[in-house]
Design a protein around this ligand. Structure first.
Ligand SMILES: NC(=O)c1ccc[n+]([C@@H]2O[C@H](COP(=O)([O-])OP(=O)(O)OC[C@H]3O[C@@H](n4cnc5c(N)ncnc54)[C@H](OP(=O)(O)O)[C@@H]3O)[C@@H](O)[C@H]2O)c1
Length: 261
């Protein structure tokens, strides 16, 4: 299904990013995984290759422009194109999760640097190539914390809410270029980040990241144009929740445009 698609996954060394990389490589995609710690990254690459997949592992920090430029250049050198970018690298922010009164503004800024500015930078770096190719898909991995005011999730939730709005804005700005941008919420997963969010708690009832390939996820709502007819633009919380439910999709469906690239 994904034969020869080149998929760049930030935060591909563990958790959701690694699970997606393994699943897509098994379907024939060439995956490029990036994360800061080279040892974990290399071991993820070995796992993918042991199952017959093709993977390139590039140690990089999404907050560092020179690292991002290197990921993009090396991917193009090796595979000649980038079909899909998955902005998956993320941080929970300060742990244990503080309430806002105790949130260090510098920690909030750092959370934004990784969860919001990082994806913006990587998308900016990848876009010229996608536009030149005539198309591409950018997936921002978001969270339900972007939409609910959960106590003690302020820094993380705000960074993901900003990421979602940037994703919607990208989608509007890129209309007609062949590049699609979607926000996807994978739901609660058994990962290091989730365990850090609930220290000491048994999280074995959460879904395994490996199940994300086929789980229902939330795609972003289409962007409303100024003056659009209802329901676009009728923004009671209820209406927007109803719309969100209508846009719940299977991840495979979110990825459908890959076939058309
Ligand atoms: N787990 C959940 O329940 C859940 C729910 C909703 C949304 N999400 C979202 O899903 C995504 C993946 O989460 P996860 O649970 O799989 O997290 P995870 O297990 O903590 O993995 C995070 C990944 O991001 C990388 N990373 C972190 N900071 C980075 C940076 N500055 N530059 C490059 N890579 C960086 C990490 O590697 P290094 O540390 O080596 O860099 C690692 O590969 C995140 O965006 C998260 O917000 C998770």
């Amino acid at each position: 299904m994904l034969n020869d698609k080149v998929i760049l996954i930030t935060g591909g060394s563990r958790g959701l990013g690694k699970a997606l990389a393994k699943a897509f490589a098994a379907e024939g995609a060439k995956v490029v995984i990036a994360a800061r710690h080279a040892d974990t990254l290399e071991s993820a690459k070995r796992e993918i290759e042991a199952s017959g997949g093709t993977a390139l592992a590039l140690a990089a920090d999404v907050t560092q422009p020179q690292d991002i430029a290197r990921i993009v250049d090396t991917t193009i050198e090796r595979f000649g194109r980038i079909d899909v970018l998955i902005n998956n690298a993320g941080t929970l922010g300060p742990t244990p999760r503080p309430s806002l009164i105790d949130t260090d503004p510098d920690a909030l800024l750092e959370t934004f640097r990784i969860n919001t500015v990082g994806p913006l930078r990587v998308t900016q770096a990848v876009l010229p190539r996608m536009i030149e190719q005539g198309g591409g898909l950018v997936i921002n991995v978001t969270s339900d914390a972007a939409r609910g005011a959960y106590p003690e999730w302020g820094a993380y939730g705000a960074s993901k809410a900003a990421l979602e709005l940037i994703g919607l804005t990208w989608a509007a700005e890129l209309e007609g270029t062949g590049v699609r941008v979607v926000n996807v919420d994978p739901g609660d997963l058994q990962t290091d980040m989730h365990q850090a969010a609930f220290p000491g708690e048994d999280i074995s009832d959460r879904a395994l990241p490996e199940s994300s390939r086929s789980r229902r996820v939330r795609d972003s709502p289409p962007t409303c144009r100024v003056g659009a007819k209802p329901p676009c633009g009728t923004d009671s919380a209820r209406a927007s929740e109803k719309r969100a439910a209508a846009w719940r999709l299977n991840l495979a469906k979110v990825l459908e445009p890959w076939n058309a690239l």
